[in-house]
Write a protein that binds this ligand. Structure first.
Ligand code: GLC
Length: 629
C-alpha cells in the first residue's frame, strides 16, 4: 500500500502525463490530418486512427510514459559517446529470450547498451526469410518466448541501461498471416490489402520498370497462386506478400501493430525495407513520394503516443536516396539510418588499399546536418551489395561490373594477396551482378590464418579487424557490432546441410554464437582474447572521450598517402585525429597539424601530429593535449 501522500503524488503525475498527451496531439494534429487526408481522403478512418492512438496511450505502462517524458526533455539522449549497439538473432545468441536475460552481464561486458534483437515474431519454419516473413505481429515465435517474456526482457534491459531495438516488417506479411489466408480464400476485404491480379496484364506492366531484389533465389515480383487462380505481388520471396498501403485499412492496422509493439517496452523500431512500401505502375516502386508521407505520419504518431521511441530506417540505397528518409530538420522522418554506402565502401577500401572513395563518402556524411544520426557497422545479417559511387570510380576508368567481380574475387580469396573467405549471394547471370556474404573475421583473414595455423597471417588479420573497428568508431554516428565479431567468429558452413537455409548464403554469417570461445576472452593468447581486449580498449576510450559524441564535428584530413585515412573529431575543445592504414605495408601519414602536441590514446605515447609513421594495418587515436592553464 502506498502512503496517502505518495498516492496523491502518483495521481498528480498521472494527470500531468495525460495532459501531456493532449499537448502533443495539439502540436501535431493539423499536420497529421493534412497528410492523412492528402493520401487517403477518408475522414472516418482518420477518426478511427485518432481514437486508437489514444487507447494505445492509455494502455502504455506508466514507467514507459515517464521514460518518454525524460527522453522528450533530452532529445539527444541517444547521441552520447557511450552508445554502442550489438545485433543478434535470439536463438543464435542464447537460445531464447530467457537465455538473453541471463546473458545481460556478457552484453554489458561487451560495453553494449543498445541491443537489436533480430526478427522474433511468429514466422513459418522454412518460409521465414530469417524472420522477415511475419505471420503474426502480436506473437513471439514459440521457441523464443512469449510477449510477456519480451516485456520482461525490455524491462530488465532498461534497468541495466540497455535500449532494445526490434524489426517492424511493414512492407509485407507472410503468406501465413491471417489476412493472407483470408485473401487466398477469396475474401475481397483481404485481397484489397495486397496486390491481386487475375491475369498477367498488370504484373507484366510492373515487371517492365521494377528491378528484382532476389534475382536468383526469388526471380520476378509476382507469384502465381494456383489454388486461388491469382497473381500476388511478392517483391521479396514468393511467401512474402506485399501490403497495399493505398488501402487506409492497411495503414491503420499496421500503425496499431507498431504501437502495440512499442508498448511492450521496445525503444527502437527498425522499419524494414521502407523504400518499398508504396507501389505505382510505371515506376521502380522504390522511394516514391508517398513513402515519405507514410514515414512522416509514423513519426508523428510516435511523437504523440510514445515519443521515447526511435525510428531506424532500413534504406539500402545510394546516399542521395538514403538521406531524404531523415526528412527535414523541421519535419523529421527517421531518427536514424544505416550508413550502408560507407559500409560497402569500407570493404572496397580493404580490397583496393585506396582510401579516396571512402574519404569522399565520409565527406558527404560529414557535410549533413548534425541532427542526422547514422548507424555505422562493418557487417550485419545481410549480404554486402557493393552499392558504391560508380560515377566516381569511372573517372579512374573502373567499371561497375568488372569492379564488382574484382571485389567478389578478392573476398572469396581468389586473388593472390587476399586472405579473405566468403561466398557469393544472388549472382545475376543476366546483369553480371553478385553480392557477397561472410563474417568480418573471415573477411579479414582470421578464418584462413586459423585453418593454416599461420601466426603471422593471424597477427595481420587481427590487426586489420581491430583497425576496421577503430575506424568505424571514429565515424560520425553510432557504432553497432555484429554479434560474434567481438570474438572473431568465422563463417559457418553448416547452413548448407539445412534444407531450409541451404539456398540462402546469408546464413554463412548467421552462425550460432560460440560460447566456448567466449570462455577464452580473458586469455591474451587466444584470437578471441586478443580481439575482445583490443575492442574493449577502444570502447573505453570512446566512452571516456567527449570528442566521440555523435554530435561532434567530424571531418577528414588529407594524408598524401592513398592507403592512409585520417578522420578528425572535435567537441567542446577536445580534438582527436584518427589515423588508419588500410594497407599491409608500413606507411607515413603526411599530415601536419600545427596546434600543439598530441597523445596517442592507445599507447599513451606523446607525439606530434606530423609525418606519422604507421605500421601495416595500424591505427592511432591522437588527442590534442590541452594547454596548461
Ligand atoms: C530487409 C532485411 C532482409 C530481408 C528483407 C525482406 O532487407 O534486412 O534480411 O530479406 O528486408 O524483408
Amino acid at each position: 500500500m502506498l502512503a496517502p501522500e505518495q498516492a496523491a503524488q502518483e495521481e498528480d503525475n498521472m494527470q500531468k502525463i495525460d495532459q501531456v498527451y493532449q499537448k502533443r496531439l495539439e502540436r501535431h494534429f493539423d499536420e497529421l490530418k493534412w497528410l492523412y487526408m492528402e493520401l487517403y481522403g477518408n475522414d472516418a478512418m482518420f477518426q478511427e486512427l485518432c481514437r486508437n492512438m489514444e487507447l494505445f496511450f492509455t494502455d502504455r505502462e506508466m514507467d514507459l510514459k515517464e521514460q518518454d517524458l525524460k527522453r522528450e526533455a533530452h532529445g539527444d539522449w541517444y547521441k552520447k559517446n557511450d552508445m554502442l549497439g550489438m545485433m543478434f538473432y535470439i536463438d543464435n545468441f542464447a537460445g531464447n529470450m530467457e537465455g538473453v536475460m541471463k546473458k545481460l552481464d556478457y552484453i554489458l561486458a561487451c560495453n553494449v547498451n543498445y541491443l537489436h534483437l533480430m526478427p522474433f515474431l511468429e514466422t513459418p519454419k522454412g518460409r521465414s526469410d530469417g524472420g522477415y516473413a511475419v505471420a503474426d505481429f502480436r506473437k513471439v515465435q514459440e521457441n523464443l518466448g512469449t510477449m510477456e517474456d519480451l516485456e520482461k526482457l525490455t524491462a530488465a534491459c532498461h534497468k541495466r541501461g540497455i535500449s532494445v531495438c526490434m524489426d517492424f516488417v511493414m512492407n509485407h506479411t507472410s503468406e501465413e498471416h491471417v489476412w493472407a489466408k483470408r485473401a487466398r480464400q477469396g475474401e475481397e476485404e483481404y485481397r484489397n490489402r495486397y496486390f491481386f491480379y487475375g491475369n498477367r496484364e498488370i504484373p507484366d506492366q510492373y515487371e517492365r520498370t521494377v528491378p528484382q531484389v532476389f534475382p536468383t533465389t526469388a526471380p520476378g515480383n509476382f507469384t502465381w497462386l494456383a489454388d486461388a487462380g491469382q497473381y500476388v505481388m511478392t517483391t521479396f520471396y514468393p511467401y512474402q506478400w506485399d501490403l497495399n498501403y493505398r488501402n487506409p485499412r492497411v495503414f491503420n492496422e499496421m500503425m496499431y501493430n507498431f504501437l502495440y509493439l512499442a508498448n511492450r517496452g521496445v525503444d527502437i523500431i527498425r522499419i524494414d525495407a521502407v523504400p518499398y512500401i508504396w507501389k505505382e505502375l510505371g515506376t521502380p516502386c522504390r522511394n516514391l513520394r508517398q513513402v515519405h508521407t507514410i514515414v512522416r505520419m509514423m513519426r508523428i504518431i510516435g511523437e504523440i503516443v510514445c515519443p521515447g521511441i526511435l525510428l531506424l530506417g532500413e534504406v539500402v540505397m545510394e546516399p542521395e536516396k538514403v538521406v531524404p528518409y531523415f526528412g527535414t530538420v523541421e519535419k523529421p522522418e527517421c531518427h536514424m539510418l544505416y550508413n550502408v554506402t560507407t559500409m560497402a565502401t569500407t570493404w572496397h577500401t580493404v580490397a583496393t588499399r585506396d582510401i579516396r572513395l571512402l574519404k569522399r563518402q565520409l565527406d558527404i556524411v560529414d557535410g549533413l546536418p548534425k541532427e542526422y544520426t547514422f548507424l555505422n557497422y562493418l557487417r550485419c545479417h545481410d549480404d554486402i551489395g557493393w552499392g558504391l559511387d560508380y560515377p566516381m570510380l569511372m573517372e579512374e576508368g573502373i567499371g561497375e561490373v568488372s569492379h564488382k567481380k574484382y571485389l567478389n574475387d578478392f573476398f572469396r580469396g581468389y586473388t593472390g594477396s587476399s586472405n579473405s573467405r566468403g561466398e557469393l549471394y544472388n549472382e545475376d547471370f543476366v546483369t553480371g551482378d553478385a553480392r557477397f556474404c561472410g563474417t568480418t573475421a573471415s573477411m579479414c583473414g582470421i578464418e584462413r590464418a586459423g585453418f593454416e595455423q599461420n601466426e603471422d597471417m593471424m597477427r595481420s588479420a587481427i590487426q586489420l579487424d581491430l583497425m576496421l573497428h577503430a575506424y568505424m568508431f571514429m565515424q560520425s554516428g553510432i557504432p553497432v557490432l555484429y554479434s560474434g565479431d567481438e570474438i572473431g567468429q568465422v563463417n559457418d558452413y553448416t547452413y548448407k546441410e539445412d534444407p531450409d537455409k541451404s539456398a540462402d548464403s546469408r546464413y554463412i554469417h548467421r552462425g550460432a554464437l560460440n560460447w566456448e570461445l567466449i570462455k577464452t576472452i580473458r586469455d591474451p593468447e587466444t584470437v578471441a582474447g586478443r580481439l575482445f581486449s583490443g575492442l574493449d580498449q577502444l570502447e573505453h576510450i570512446r566512452r571516456r572521450e567527449k570528442a566521440f559524441m555523435s554530435t561532434a564535428d567530424t571531418w577528414t584530413v588529407e594524408t598524401w598517402d592513398r592507403s592512409v585515412l585520417c578522420i578528425g573529431r572535435q567537441y567542446e575543445g577536445d580534438k582527436i585525429l584518427g589515423l588508419f592504414n588500410f594497407s599491409e605495408f608500413d606507411k607515413t601519414a603526411w599530415i601536419n597539424e600545427k596546434d600543439g602536441m598530441y597523445t596517442d590514446l592507445i599507447s599513451g605515447q606523446s607525439m606530434e601530429a606530423a609525418g606519422v609513421n604507421i605500421p601495416a594495418y595500424g591505427f592511432y587515436y591522437l588527442k590534442r593535449k590541452q594547454e596548461e592553464v
